[in-house]
Design a protein around this ligand. Structure first.
Ligand SMILES: *Cc1c(COP(=O)(O)O)cnc(C)c1O
Length: 379
């Protein structure tokens, strides 16, 4: 089955009890048993819920994976990956990553004796150099947030496998429409489903997808033991959102190309970050491992003036100034004070994240209107 067909059909069957075409919201915490221990596969909704089961099957199919697990948030999914480790273990992570992930790693798990190294994975040799006998996990995010750097997934996997290190990829920015990391040998795919997957800025949710049965058993154990599971209403919203994932992503990518090219031609705009631009340092790898270049575009003003960048963000109208991304509506974010404020300024600048950087989540509106809005805001 091809992607668009899977988005609509994979894992979804008419409800056997009523024929309902859309998966019902099974708003129940518990399930009747006919005799102690005899039931239809459902006992308690922390462990399993039918609406969640359908969402998980659908996500697994989209990622070309065997097993998917949904969580209450993307962070709960990432938290579960770290819980696979034990004190003394080391993680090598990309240095340009979601602020919340950085915070979870350094502010929560370092206290439990897990060690994290942040390296620039654009140069794969940095990964090789950072791996020690204690390294258990390689954490990738590609394209990265907010600088849209592209990491060579297959190259990173090859290095990790030499040392028997597990590889996880945060696939939130790309979605399986653009790249399927399990096909490149990755062990775990993580999503903040909150973003493009659900796609309508109305739900917070996360997931993990794996192929290995043993790993799936450990994740299922943690999912049930820890209990950061989503409710059925959220799973329903996700399923509804995913039905148009391929249509939305196609338009996000088309619009982002127009915006990136417009910004690049603007005399007041400095560097534009979008992997589809031919001189973007990750362009060749993006072309190799992604089917298109995504809907996120970041830029700085030529004079790199924070006050002027703030003025642009205050005057922009169609792009809502807000955290988050991946919804049908365009959003504009100031990473230094919003999504990435939990990373110290010094660390941010070391990684190339300027305080004046503006990040756009280009929506699926008519792109002419978006360009007009940027024109009036930048001036
Ligand atoms: C939003 C986001 C997360 C965290 O997900 P939540 O659903 O907000 O918990 C993780 N990684 C990336 C790349 C994100 O954009």
């Amino acid at each position: 089955m091809k992607f668009g067909t899977k988005a609509i059909h994979a894992g979804v069957e008419p409800d056997p009890s009523t024929g309902a075409v859309m998966t019902p919201i099974f708003q129940t915490s518990t399930y009747a048993q006919t005799s102690p221990g005899r039931h239809k596969g459902y006992e308690y909704s922390r462990t399993h819920n039918p609406t969640r089961t359908v969402a998980q099957r659908n996500i697994a199919a989209l990622e070309n994976g065997k097993f998917a697990f949904c969580f209450a948030t993307g962070m709960a999914a990432t938290d579960t990956v770290v819980k696979l480790l034990k004190p003394g273990d080391e993680v090598v992570a990309t240095n340009d990553l979601y602020g919340g992930t950085y915070r979870l790693f350094t502010k929560v798990y370092e206290a439990y004796g897990i060690r994290f190294k942040f390296v620039n994975m654009h140069d794969l040799e940095n990964i090789r150099a950072a791996i020690t006998d204690q390294t258990r996990l390689l954490w990738l995010e590609t394209p990265t947030n907010p600088l849209l750097k592209v990491i060579d997934i297959a190259g990173a996997v090859a290095i990790a496998k030499e040392r028997n290190v597990m590889v996880a990829v945060d696939n939130t920015f790309a979605t399986p429409y653009l790249q399927t990391p399990l096909d490149l040998g990755v062990d775990i795919v993580m999503h903040s489903l909150t973003k493009y997957m659900a796609g309508h800025s109305d739900v917070v949710m996360g997931s993990l997808v794996v192929n290995d049965e043993k790993l799936a058993e450990r994740i299922a154990f943690l999912q049930n033991s820890v209990g950061a599971t989503p409710g059925p209403q959220d799973c329903f919203l996700l399923l509804r959102g995913i039905k148009t994932l391929h249509l939305r992503m196609q338009r996000h990518c088309e619009n982002a190309r127009v915006i990136a090219e417009y910004l690049r031609s603007h005399p007041k705009v400095g560097q534009v970050y979008w992997p589809g631009l031919e001189d973007h340092p990750g362009h060749a790898i993006a072309k190799k491992q992604m089917r298109d270049f995504g809907g996120m575009v970041s830029f700085v003003l030529k004079n790199d003036d924070l006050e002027e960048a703030k003025r642009v963000m205050e005057s922009i109208e169609l792009f809502t100034l807000a955290e988050s991304l991946g919804g049908v509506e365009s959003i504009c974010t100031h990473p230094a004070s919003m999504t990435h404020a939990s990373i110290p300024k010094e660390e941010r600048e070391k990684n190339g994240l300027k305080d004046s950087l503006i990040r756009l989540s280009v929506g699926v509106e008519d792109v002419e209107d978006l360009v007009e809005d940027l024109k009036q805001a930048i001036g």
